[in-house]
Design a binder for this molecule. Structure first.
Ligand code: ZN
Length: 326
């Protein structure tokens, strides 16, 4: 210690004493200090939100909010959210892969905030204008001017949802997806395709028959998914007109479909329906109605809701039709 340092010693000692007292004060006020720090920290962003909040962020309306299933819509888009344990998000009938939690709270359904962006990417644009909004006149046959015409009939639509699975999958959405995929494949093979509906719209049964009978089609194919009270029932069925004999063209193309779909699920065969189905009995060309599987069966419903399965079934139906047309 040098001379000047010794001179300053009392001052340094006083300063150290002060510092000690200050530290002692801070220690005794530790809880307050902690509290102050917590309240001044910026609040963390919430990671979940209710489907009502999600709807408002996406500019959609909540049109259905059940215990486990919620639906948001703006008339052009439909977003179905199914809470755990089934946990699914369907945007315009197409499943969205999701690992985020979706939970039913009893009063609403809570979703992860990160879902908003992903749903948004899959919504139709605001200015989306489907053709023929009022009158669903079939899309004109395309491609080859002299190619055969096939009428594809996606069952149900609009106010008629068709069967709904326990997890909320709707027949009208699934059959429209599959029908569109079949149409694409047939058109790619120069078949002229007329669709009785190409969007989520209600078309009456007689209107469907009228479209078929004025289109000069060589084949009418109606696409559906089944439901039964017995939840274990599963499998696909191909229905043909009751009036026809067993070796009719409808049977032949029905057998083709059976051949293609065999192995995918249980084969319930090519049959005549117990009831007179107008789209089969009143159409004046070979006709069949394909029930792809049972939405009342949890396992089958989950499969039918995926794009991969829809694509597989569409491939099979298109292949069967093309082989019949050859
Ligand atoms: Zn149906």
């Amino acid at each position: 210690m040098t001379q000047p340092e010794r001179k300053n010693f009392p001052r340094i000692a006083t300063a150290l004493l002060h510092l000690g007292l200050c530290l002692a004060g801070l220690t005794s006020a530790g809880c307050n200090l902690g509290e102050t720090t917590t309240t001044t920290r910026p609040p963390t962003a919430p990671t979940t939100m209710s489907i009502q909040q999600l709807a408002s962020r996406l500019q959609l309306r909540v049109v259905r909010c059940g215990k486990f299933v919620g639906e948001l819509s703006d008339g052009q888009n439909s977003v179905i959210i199914i809470a755990a344990p089934h946990k699914r998000v369907l945007v315009n009938g197409r499943p969205l892969e999701t690992n985020e939690p979706i939970t039913a709270t009893g009063s609403t359904i809570m979703v992860s905030t990160s879902l908003e962006k992903r749903i948004k990417q899959n919504l139709r644009p605001r200015n989306y204008k489907p053709t023929n909004t009022q009158n669903p006149v079939p899309a004109k046959p395309q491609n080859t001017p002299n190619g055969p015409i096939v009428v594809l009939d996606a069952g149900h639509g609009g106010k008629d949802t068709g069967a709904i699975s326990a997890a909320g999958y709707r027949e009208k959405d699934i059959v429209l997806n599959v029908t569109r995929l079949v149409a694409k494949q047939l058109r790619d093979s120069n078949v002229r395709v007329v669709m009785t509906r190409n969007k989520d719209v209600y078309v009456g049964l007689d209107r469907r028959v009228y479209i078929a009978n004025t289109s000069k089609c060589v084949l009418f194919v109606s696409i559906h998914a089944d439901a039964a009270a017995n939840k274990t029932v599963r499998g696909f069925t191909v229905y043909v007109p009751r009036r026809e004999k067993n070796n009719s063209p409808s049977h032949r193309v029905g057998k083709n479909v059976e051949q293609q779909l065999k192995g995918f699920t249980k084969n319930r065969g090519v049959r005549k329906h117990s009831k007179n189905l107008r789209v089969l009995e009143n159409t004046n060309c070979p006709a069949m109605l394909i029930e792809m599987g049972y939405l009342s069966n949890r396992y089958e419903a989950a499969r039918l809701s995926t794009y991969q399965t829809q694509q597989k079934i569409a491939n099979s139906i298109a292949t069967a039709i093309l082989s019949y047309l050859k």
